[in-house]
Design a protein around this ligand. Sequence first.
Ligand code: B1N
Length: 842
Amino acid sequence: ACEEDAVNTESTPAEKAEEKPVFDKELFKRSILYNVMNMYRKNLEEATPQQIFQAASYSIKDRVIGNWMNTQKAYEKEDPKMVYYMSMEFLMGRALGNNMINLEAYQGAKEVLEELGLDINVIEDQEPDAALGNGGLGRLAACFLDSLATLGYPAYGCGIRYRYGMFKQEIRDGFQVEVPDNWLAEGNPFELRRPEYAKVVKFGGHVSVRCDENGRNHFVQEGYQAVRAIPYDLPIVGYGNGIVNTLRIWDAESMGGFQLDSFDKGDYSKAVEQENLARNLVDVLYPNDNHYAGKELRLKQQYFFISASVQEAVEKYMRKHDDIHRFPEKVTFQLNDTHPTVAIPELMRILLDEYNLGWDEAWDITTRTCAYTNHTIMAEALEKWPIDLFSRLLPRIYQIVEEINRRFVQQIEEKYAHVYNVNVQEKIRKMAILYDGQVKMAHMAIVAGYSVNGVARLHTEILKSEELRDFYEMFPERFNNKTNGITQRRFLLHGNPLLAQWVTEKVGDSWITDLPQISGLKKLADDAEAQKEFMEIKYQNKLRLAKYIKEHNDIEVDPNSIFDVQVKRLHEYKRQLMNILHVMHLYNELKAHPDMEFFPRTFIFGAKAAAGYRNAKLTIKLINTVADVVNNDASIKGKIKVVFIENYNVSNAEIIFAAADVSEQISTASKEASGTGNMKFMLNGAITLGTLDGANVEIVEEVGRENAFIFGLSSNEVIHFENNGGYDPMQIFNTDADIRKVVNQLIDGTYSADKELFRPLYNSLLNTLSTNRADTYFILKDFKSYAEAQKKVEAAYRDRSGWAKSAILNVACSGKFTSDRTIQQYVDEIWHLDKVTLQQNG
Ligand code: B1N
């Protein structure tokens, strides 16, 4: 169809309106050749793959631009309500392949490149990932943008254009080394610089009160440092619908020279400081996942992009409307965790100080505009800014936070003063926004938002009954659940073309925008022919990953072995340590019983550790050390291989998910808010080996417990131990010889001549530190049941047909976990947006 001309002279006007524009291959070919010549003064034969990638990207951008203009014009005309998805992180990955997919141009583009003697994969591999995020939270934001555009909802992503994204991980001598990610070095073909929408953001100084002729007080910030925020727009292409939304990321530029306040004229050092501020502000993404570091520059980054984004949202609204009171009818802000929470006092500031509204009016608008998503219950991730830092950096914002807090504390007093059995001071201590010299961002987000949501059913229930219990008691109507999802366009259609093609042959292609249709595969789960085809596709994908591993790690892996995969950020609560201890245990067993029944297994890990997280980095070293020993021990005949994939990121993730047999989702129950990798594995036909944590609970509910391997403590049991004590890992260590053996191997020289190297990991399992219980994450407690579940995995895999059936059912039951469903629920239950449809014209 792609080769046909777009014009069909026989279609009626009615048909024409329905018709989709066809990808014009000849035009694309000419455009690439033209771009290579125009940009590099080269013929195709002379151009490098990077140059061809650039040329092809500009050709695709040409096709996007018209749709982008149409979409924005339609929004202008129809004036729909918009969501601003505010996030410190957007883990976009590569754009070229994704844009070709969503333009339904991928197959045509692939053919054109082939005709030019080029491999589309090689061209796509030239593109650096846009890694403006750490892990699940940032990737979720990227999937949401894809779904919003595909469903036709008016949306902006608002974020930061970090000059360096998530660091590139290199493994040297088994240790992680962080290498700067200079992702903009060759330019970013799809972005547009929009200097006409620049904003000024002010930091520091002090607030003066000026009384006007009407006796009204005005608050003005003086003696501040200012930075210019310059937006860059990235197109977010909807699938096959002509919609293109915008991700707006802000760069910081200096105000230039001596453009200081009249107040500060002639202050040379202040001018230099101002220059430096602009230079450092957006330099780098903080590489912490599920952890709050409390750095001043991080708070500056937060206020920087929020102030610019909120200013723009208000200005954009006022360009079309005259009544600021109706702002919430046209605008909603979704706060991706507490990182963008200064949007609340910033909106209040604009309404109070620039629109001269009274407090109650401003508060009414703000609380009808802002909604908050919580992504974690990990205590170390809670943002609590020291008041002295916060008030020094954001003096006017701090005043507003004080007033929000004063009124909220009053509300607590009014509600509980006369309630039997309630200690009001205790409530205030637990709930106030300002307490103990800290600004508690989650409390502000809950108090000032109209919606608070968790990201999986279990997570939301734990928020309501534990972490946010007092707030749930006070504002029950605000709490709701939105179970996460992922986009099948990237993680199946693009990442696993063989399986995507197979699914389409079996059930048609409606799954691409309506994933529940994939349940049509259920009827094939028992079909021997379908099982064979499925296993052959899995095998081909395992070959593809094996080739990647050979090229990148120089390790040979057996594509007939079970590919057992754990890829995600490295965290103690995610328990990569339990996984590798179990590998050590299997290795001990094989050494002790060389002839035991054992199905060959490849244990694949991929994980970045936060740069300052000692035990996480040490776990990477342990995995690589075990890999060295096990992979090179001829006596076990290659039955176990351990592979640590360097630099796990969005683009290699696509290859990894497609090749997985077993999906390791083994967090301590209650700790993983949702997880989204679990969904990507399921969609690609891997079987979950996991605890009943996060969205695993819902995955098992969809596919059936018999099609997963569930083990370990329940979240209730974990919470019970945490609240009441009663868990002693030393007792397990003393009574279980298998466990004692692997734990001792951490410090007895089996894996490292330096016996002290892994001592901190050993200590984390057994030594009671002053503040913490030993084995905080119940690794020893769950080890036995994990090992038993692993035995069941092996037995199940020996039954090839049974395995294929379960794997197919996983694919077939993954419909719930599309981010299209998640976004539709946000729209229906929180944002209340209307769809915009376009007349498509070429
Ligand atoms: O958000 C994901 C969830 O699927 C994961 O379970 C959850 O761990 C993840 C501070 C975070 N929660 N909190 C963060 C990231 C960066 C940072 O600076 C916290 N990430 C998650 C999507 O809901």
